[in-house]
Write a protein that binds this ligand. Structure first.
Ligand code: AMP
Ligand code: MG
Length: 350
């Protein structure tokens, strides 16, 4: 009899605990987090439960602890320190980002270069010690930016650096990877619609409540805080798990000015200087944010003509349609939209 009473008690205790848990998981407004060197904005709309936002926050912290080169305990810092001595075993996420980086480098013949760490540190753009380095400093850094010296062993999941001064940097791809990971968290938690904006690396998921199109503005490089100069319209994304990401790389994002000249943060491994390819910005639209992020940086360096040449190959590499919007130095806006459902409205031709 005693045993039966105990069972009933345990049953009601479990129901009460579940009730407390569910009622604690309250809805909260959209959240801002500082992570990945930027401000991340997440809106989960009607499904914005505290627990899901919490999972997203931990995911961002975990990714930051892998790819932050300014944290000496991050996985990338440990690889940079040790992987020229002997092969270093890397995590699944690190291996995936490294593999995608090397494939993008191969596709663009090094315009996208995950081994630019030395040059990036030397210029110090977005730090308080940004400056134009001397020619000899640039030459020395350029000698140790050979991405082909990164040996990635897929079977053992190790990386070996065949140059003891080489330094990896995933600043051009980590936010895209993070956006895709957050989209997976949303799907697992049955979030019906979401906007994930990691410092301008935007991903939308699901369908808007009123079923209208998603609209994402493209910043005016001359006045990034003002009105967008064009707006991309997307169909409602009703298919479960389907996402759409829009990522821009541009001269106005991170830069410093010395002697009246602007030096931006996207570097050419060829020249050792900020890339000058005739573009003020390029926007890449793709279902996968990691592809949009890697390609926006790569195609910014490559320039419009080569980007258009490489677009088909990029679509084959990532297995997704890719659309491009260019803003050239003279202000001309043009596009190559692969998806017939996407349209572009011009607000301000510059
Ligand atoms: P994004 O804003 O995505 O275009 O990435 C720019 C960031 O990627 C820079 O702040 C650097 O950390 C890194 N980076 C700069 N130039 C390159 C390049 N050519 N290839 C790969 N990463 C780069
Ligand atoms: Mg990028």
């Amino acid at each position: 009899m005693e045993e039966k009473r105990m069972k009933i008690f345990k049953f009601f205790a479990a129901v009460a605990a579940a009730f407390v848990f569910v009622s604690c998981d309250r809805k909260i407004p959209p959240q801002f987090y500082e992570s990945l060197g930027t401000v991340c904005f997440i809106n989960l709309y009607d499904d914005g439960k505290e627990s899901v936002y919490g999972e997203i926050e931990s995911c961002l912290a975990k990714i930051d602890s892998k790819f932050n080169v300014n944290n000496e305990d991050s996985e990338i810092s440990l690889v940079n320190k040790n992987a020229s001595k002997s092969p270093v075993r890397i995590s699944d996420n690190f291996a995936f980002v490294l593999k995608t980086s090397l494939e993008t480098a191969e596709l663009t013949d090094g315009d996208f270069n995950p081994a630019l760490g030395n040059l990036i540190k030397l210029w110090g753009i977005n730090t308080d010690h940004a400056r134009v380095p001397s020619e000899s400093e640039i030459e020395e850094a350029r000698k140790h930016c050979g991405w082909r010296k990164i040996a990635f062993d897929k079977t053992d999941q190790t990386v070996f650096l065949r140059d003891d001064k080489i330094s990896l940097d995933f600043g051009a791809i980590a936010k895209g990877f993070a956006a895709d990971e957050i989209a997976l968290i949303c799907e697992r938690n049955n979030v019906r619609r979401a906007v994930i904006d990691l410092g301008g690396n935007v991903l939308v998921l699901g369908e808007k409540k009123d079923r209208s199109q998603w609209k994402i503005g493209i910043k005016n490089p001359e006045n990034p805080a003002g009105e967008p100069c064009a707006v991309l319209n997307f169909p409602a994304i009703s298919e479960n798990g389907k996402t759409c990401s829009v990522v821009t790389s541009g001269v106005y994002e991170r830069f410093f000015i010395q002697d009246g000249k602007r030096y931006h943060h996207i570097l050419s491994g060829e020249t050792g200087f900020p890339a000058e390819s005739g573009l003020k910005s390029i926007t890449v639209v793709c279902r996968k944010s990691i592809a949009a992020d890697a390609l926006s940086t790569a195609f910014f360096v490559a320039g419009k003509e080569r980007a258009l040449e490489l677009k088909n190959k990029a679509e084959n590499l990532f297995g997704e349609k890719i659309s491009l919007v260019f803003i050239e130095n003279d202000g001309k806006i043009s596009s190559s939209l692969s998806d017939s459902e996407i349209s572009l409205d011009f607000i301000n031709q510059m």
